[in-house]
Design a protein around this ligand. Sequence first.
Ligand code: F6R
Length: 607
Amino acid sequence: MCGIVGYVGHRDCSDVLVSALTRLEYRGYDSAGIAVFEDDKIKVAKTQGRLADLSAKMREEGKPHGHVGIGHTRWATHGKPSDINSHPHTGGNVTVVHNGIIENYIELKEMLKRKNVEFCSDTDTEVVAQLLNLYYKGDPLETISKVEDMVTGSFALGIIFADHPDTVYALRRESPLIIGVGKDETFIASDVPAILQYTKKYYLINHNEIAKLSFDGVEFYDRYMNPITKELQEADWDMDAAEKGGFPHFMIKEINEQPESIKRTILPRIYNGMPDLSECGITAEALRNFKNIHIVACGTAMHAGMVGKYVIEKLAKVPVNVDIASEFKYREPLIGEGDLVIIISQSGETADSKSAMLLAKKLGAKTLAIVNAKGSSIAREADMLIYTHAGPEIAVASTKAYMVQLSVMYLFAFELALAKGKITESECAKYITDLQEVPEKVAETLSHVVDECQHAGSTLITADSLLYIGRGLDYALSMEGSLKLKEISYIHSESYAAGELKHGTISLITEGMPVIAVATQNALLEKMISNVKEVKSRGAYVILVCDEECVVGADIADDIIKIPKISEILMPMLAVVPLQLIAYYTALAKGNDVDKPRNLAKSVTVE
Ligand code: F6R
């Protein structure tokens, strides 16, 4: 999704804006631009393409020189990617950058056209610039406050006024925005990594609040222009965490960071050998009273919820529904008081997940957010909150965030099962001991399977389509394996419950079609092996992922990837590693942009 930045300070503004935007590249974009005050005049440079194209254009046509400005990376929603549709957009006196969607832009555009306002782009953003310009009578704050009342939708805006060359304004509703504060300099940004090279200090800005950045510092106002004070936040990770650190891609760096991420997430929640989520507002008594659990999320986060469902139902015997957030809202879900709705989100800004959470609250359910990004909207609005501590995840394809989401699912399931009296204290203590072994076992898996996964990647590049199969927890996991492969290698794949193949899908199997079979659950092994034989005998090229103690004939599959053994219920945390690596090496072998796959954005802040 779009990234916005802004700067007021002593440095060269164009350089700061481009460099800050580089740190937001992970969000996905198709065009970039900046607007900077040069000799008190706004100078705009923008282009379709990457930031490198913008820099090249500025080298050719001249870079704006100044100390105050705004910048943007655009992920097209209204109007195709083009130079004209790139931000910033100007309406007379006012220039803006925008992330989000102005829902009533057609109606506003019609109204402006009736007043003879002319538009040059197809964007909803230009409507905001023109609207601000129409009502501007010399007081930026008053104008922003008036226009804020007129627009509907979700947005974060960076705004400059031609006759206020020392000030940047920012306005937020729904879409993420932070205000960074360095020594004699201030920033606006869609996310913390953008400013980390300059400062770790920042303010969170709430819905409908306005920030005014000038050489005197930053001031905040509510929608009625009343000044407000805010608490300064400090990022607990630094530039290294947001850099590649010697790895060729963020994705592989983040895969390798998983052991540490798990430790950071679970260790503070283990007390005297038992799960302890009390700091998150979760008490044993509250847990005992929940009748049903709903897990609502999107994509990878939803897949973590699928594993959570199996584990919670198995251990705590509480029914769990897993819902795709974008479906949840529109199917009149049967939830209410006494239910717990768990929202899982790395970014904490996913529009579908956020609106599902708000609906759950409205219906009377208690909400628990499992979120990675501190201070994000979902984190702030849920009744209870568990932060995952993956650190910044920059690659679009989520890996370490999934891993820590799983970690929390297990901690939660153990604590719930104990609270419900479905497992004894000593059983719970054993589960916790096993969970504490996971980081080391993930590291061991990482050091053992790289060659096989690289080989699998080189085999898969010629495939048009493939299947992932598994049963039980392995099926839940294979959904994530399949998504990972699809999103970065662009090869079509589906995950299937292995037992379901015979009911239709097996007709797809032809000579050489790859099938990745995950078989880590002992009780289901025999059945899985039969399914593997079924596809193999029809010509499939089978890659089997199983544990090191699994006894199968060498001819059962074309490739066998063996992973360390751990308590069976925790096997998804190890088995996901080869699936992530297979996706990575396949994308790499195809020469794809691993960290920034086409059409995708890291944080999906529109529905
Ligand atoms: C896939 C991926 C997405 C996200 C989904 C939800 O690798 O990253 O499927 O999991 O867009 O995002 P969050 O977790 O930020 O709510």
